[in-house]
Design a protein around this ligand. Structure first.
Ligand code: MEV
Length: 426
């Protein structure tokens, strides 16, 4: 055991079965464990194997639907994939509170992403930066030659920004290609363009292009969502005021703001997973945006308006796509998009921001009233009951007893399930 080596040359070239065999041997996996891992669920094994490297199995997450969402005057059923209990129920609940009129209003701007080229070892950087700007049209044209389809759709490289940054190795030039990626998340198109224009920039500046890649700080892909709820809808004036206080505390305390934003991302990332988005990019961009003023701030705020309504706003960069990437490859992502009925990245982003805002309201409401644990514990108890073998009405019986007695533990769930099953059999 102790002389095992993780150095396995050519592991990636081995057939799937062989790779699994090696891992099974390594971890002493039982036959049952191997066959569970081998179960790809609703993703075809061939697709999974082609999606990433070194695949040895599949892992399924629950796919749920949040109800009650009304966004920009239209009703949506929102697919969510998440491992955390309560999130979907909370989103549905808050969506009900925010249904009045046109519901949550959510507006995404243009779908512009930034492609960065970092040029180093440039002398007279400021002068060279201006020379780049002189050649803007030529650079944009060269970028656009890389993606005629995107250009035909009205997208493509639209603008150029040049900055000079001071680094500990001296000044560097940062060129931003501003690319309208339309309905794609944009990474491929932008990276291809960034790589293509890099030699041209090297020629203009005499420097060396070091990095040629998209920036996930998607400051030109902002979505703004806002909504109003009658105080009665959230549990009364007192609750509404406490939600505002919670919002204010997050504004003044970065430690709280991070958790506040985590609650927002619970909703956004669940939709991102269901639709197979690059959720790491979304997270990275969102948190950078939250810290754009130098201090980490909440992405949403809550207030009471002059009519006594609770009003919430959310502003977030969202980089999502409905064409290309895993969105197109994963059959479940396609189904998720069909359930949503969205055809554009802009609409998907608007829905996600709306879900984030609702999720945030649900969390703050729970926090300022009964606390978060009660709801969590209910679902947790149910999960434990199911894991312990309860089915049908036994799930609720066991869960409720564990909650009543304050003993929400797997061993106790098992004890209760066995006891009740014996009683039924007797
Ligand atoms: C838990 O997943 C999310 C919350 O912590 C968010 C919040 O505190 O606002 C409940």
């Amino acid at each position: 055991m102790s002389n095992r080596s993780s150095r396995i040359p050519g592991f990636y070239k081995l057939p799937f079965e062989k790779r699994l065999e090696i891992v099974a041997k390594w971890a002493n996996l039982s036959e049952d464990e191997v066959s569970l891992l081998k179960n790809f669920g609703n993703l075809d094994k061939k697709i999974a194997d082609a999606m990433i490297e070194n695949v040895v199995g599949g892992m399924t997450y629950p796919f749920a639907i949040a109800t009650n969402f009304r966004i920009n005057g239209r009703d949506y059923l929102v697919p969510m994939v998440i491992e955390e209990s309560s999130v979907v129920a909370a989103a549905s609940n808050a969506a009900k509170m925010l249904r009045e009129g046109d519901g949550i209003i959510s507006r995404a701007g243009p779908q512009y992403m930034i492609g960065q080229i970092h040029l180093v070892r440039v002398d007279s950087a400021r002068y060279k930066a201006l020379k780049i700007l002189e050649k803007k049209d030529e650079i944009l044209e060269h970028a656009n030659q890389q993606d005629p389809i995107l250009v035909k759709l009205g997208g493509g490289a639209k603008d150029l920004e040049v900055r000079v940054i001071d680094t500990r190795m001296g000044p560097a030039i940062v060129v931003h290609l501003i690319v309208d990626v339309k309905d794609a998340m944009g990474t491929n198109a932008v990276n291809t363009m960034a790589e293509a224009v890099a030699p041209l920039l090297e020629k203009i500046t005499g420097g060396e292009a070091r990095l040629r890649i998209i920036s996930n700080y998607a400051v030109y892909r902002i979505v703004r969502a806002y909504a109003r709820a009658k105080p009665e809808a959230v549990g009364g004036k007192d609750v509404a005021e406490k939600i505002v206080e919670a919002s204010i505390l997050a504004e003044s305390d970065p430690f709280r703001a991070v958790t506040h934003n985590k609650g927002i991302m619970n909703g956004i990332i669940a939709v991102a997973l269901a639709t197979a988005q690059d959720h790491r990019a979304i997270e990275a961009g969102a948190h950078a945006y939250a810290a754009r003023d130098g201090t980490y701030k909440p992405l949403s705020t809550w207030d009471i308006d002059s009519e006594g309504y609770l009003v919430g706003t959310l502003e977030i960069p969202l980089q999502v796509g409905v064409v290309g990437g895993a969105t197109k490859v994963h059959p479940i992502a396609r189904i998720a998009l069909k359930i949503l009925g969205v055809k554009t990245a802009k609409e998907l982003a608007e829905i996600m921001a709306a879900v984030g805002l609702a999720q945030n309201l649900a969390a703050l409401r729970a926090l300022v009233t009964e606390g978060i644990q009660k709801g969590h514990m209910k679902l947790h108890a149910k999960n434990l009951a199911i894991m312990a073998g309860a089915t049908g009405e036994l799930i609720d019986i066991v869960a409720e007893q564990m909650i009543r007695e304050g003993r929400i533990r797997f061993d106790y769930a098992k004890e209760l399930v066995e006891k009740y099953k014996k009683q039924y059999q007797a």
